[in-house]
Ligand binder design. Structure first.
Ligand SMILES: Cc1cc2nc3c(=O)[nH]c(=O)nc-3n(C[C@H](O)[C@H](O)[C@H](O)COP(=O)(O)OP(=O)(O)OC[C@H]3O[C@@H](n4cnc5c(N)ncnc54)[C@H](O)[C@@H]3O)c2cc1C
Length: 384
């Protein structure tokens, strides 16, 4: 059983109150209109949530990974899209804090922590998602910096964000290709084009964009860490914390679906009794509750390992895989328990069902997680 300490309980209680009072009452309406939640995002900035994983030295809250996961779980319970503005934002804070030069930290972290700067990660391309080493965006050296040319796909916060970590090839012939990938901290300007907001199944209200870079100039001091060819490693390390974050989203979403389902099962009667007294429904509730608890434990165990500074790609992969598959399963079971009502837009269950699949694709698909998990297990158990 995971037990939050006093500080964690305090932070979670504040976030839960915000979610219950402010997010849940408007989530459905904003989601169906696919409207950006400006007021809620501003309030999240006031609460300091844009600086969750930025240290106090740079104006952030300096939360550990476990507390951050607890915060994400609470927000996702209210409306998963509300995690969007701080999700990849926090990944880039993490990357800059770990690998940025002192000047880069001083320049970018305070604004990112306050939410004045809104961040995103510009990694994926139309032909390079799982196989990200195939990315084709180039960064060509010119006087004083680099010129970026290429296109990025699926970039969350692409429209409302203003500061991104971008991956581009500084050496297109490098072998293996990842050695030619560099990361840059970029700000919007001439040559940075938001082509479109992608119309999605779920995760609405927060934008996911296609970007196009046309001879976009980046000063040389914005090469992350000042080193060419290290971008792949830097970003992949950041994505380890993203996996814990995505697992926590899964736990939050699954909890929301479960809580709605168990309440409905207690109220809805058929054949003269509440449906929760039918054994078939009880079995569903038991399975849902058990899987959610297991997902939570895996998530907090991975986060605790990361907090201890230990390698945790295996645990983060397992947590991401299990928690997000659980979210998908629980969302469907919640819909079934609601019968026809689960299919209508009047209730939140249909939203959970549309939001859940992103979790099995984003942050590295679950097929990729299985490969990573198997690789690590085979290393742990070498053949004799
Ligand atoms: C809503 C949304 C938001 C996103 N936000 C961002 C963002 O902010 N920044 C960003 O950079 N990216 C973002 N992404 C991109 C996301 O990370 C990619 O979609 C994901 O990595 C999968 O890449 P792909 O879509 O190219 O699928 P592909 O890589 O083409 O995969 C297609 C299928 O093949 C499987 N597959 C691929 N390779 C293997 C293999 N070796 N073995 C087994 N199966 C394999 C995959 O698991 C998948 O099932 C977002 C995506 C979505 C949908």
């Amino acid at each position: 059983m995971f037990t939050a300490d006093k500080l964690q309980q305090h932070i979670v209680a504040n976030v839960r109150e915000f979610v219950t009072r402010k997010i849940i009452p408007v989530a459905s309406q904003l989601e169906h209109k696919d409207e950006y939640p400006h007021a809620l995002v501003a309030e999240m900035a006031e609460m300091g949530l844009f600086g969750c994983n930025v240290t106090e030295e740079f104006g952030g809250l300096g939360l550990d990974y476990t507390t951050f996961a607890l915060v994400i779980e609470e927000i996702a319970r209210g409306w998963m899209s509300m995690v969007g503005p701080i999700g990849t934002h926090s990944v880039i804070c993490d990357i800059i804090q770990r690998f940025g030069t002192e000047e880069q930290k001083q320049t970018y972290l305070p604004g990112l922590a306050s939410g004045e700067r809104r961040g995103g990660l510009a990694l994926s391309e139309a032909d390079a998602g799982t196989d990200v080493q195939r990315l084709r965006t180039t960064a060509t050296r010119v006087a004083g910096g680099y010129r970026i040319n290429g296109a990025k796909m699926w970039i969350t916060n692409g429209r409302h964000g203003n500061t991104f970590v971008l991956a581009a090839k500084t050496d297109t012939k490098a072998d293996p290709p990842h050695r030619g990938i560099s990361a840059f901290i970029i700000e919007k300007g001439e040559g940075f084009n938001v082509v479109r907001d992608i119309d999605k199944l779920g995760y609405k209200g927060v934008e996911t964009c296609e970007l196009y870079f046309d001879n976009f100039f980046v000063p040389e001091q914005n090469l992350l860490g000042g080193t060419e060819g290290a971008g792949f490693k830097h970003i992949m390390t950041g994505l380890e914390s993203e996996r814990i974050n995505v697992a926590a989203r899964g736990v939050g979403l699954a909890r929301a679906a479960f809580e709605d389902a168990i309440r409905y099962a207690q109220q809805r009667t058929t054949f003269g009794k509440p449906i929760c007294e039918h054994q078939t429904i009880q079995i569903k509730l038991a399975e849902m509750g058990t899987k959610i608890e297991a997902a939570r434990l895996l998530t907090y165990s991975a986060a605790a390992k990361k907090d201890r500074g230990e390698r945790c790609d295996l645990e983060a992969g397992m947590a991401k895989l299990f928690a997000t598959e659980t979210a998908q399963e629980v969302a469907l079971e919640a819909l079934r328990i609601h019968g026809g009502a689960g299919y209508a837009k009047d209730l939140n269950v249909e939203r959970y069902y549309r939001d859940a699949p992103l979790l099995i694709v984003g942050g590295g698909t679950n097929e990729l997680q299985r490969l990573v998990i198997a690789k690590r297990l085979l290393e742990k158990y070498p053949s004799q």
